[in-house]
Design a protein around this ligand. Sequence first.
Ligand SMILES: [Zn+2]
Length: 73
Amino acid sequence: MRIAEDPSCPVCGEMETSFHFIAECPMYAMVRWELQGKDSFSVEDLANLSIGDILRFTKETGRSQGGMLPGHQ
Ligand SMILES: [Zn+2]
């Protein structure tokens, strides 16, 4: 069992799930636009993303779930 300190998105207050973060959050609309030419992703869009796209997404947003943040070192 894990205890989430704050599961809501700081930007829009939605539950901050991986899906929200990658597909819905308006904060990253520009990154989605650069990757796929869309400002939000559907479940089908996510299925069509390559691992490379997802890695690039997390890198560009600096929200890597592995805890590895780009830059500043
Ligand atoms: Zn959000």
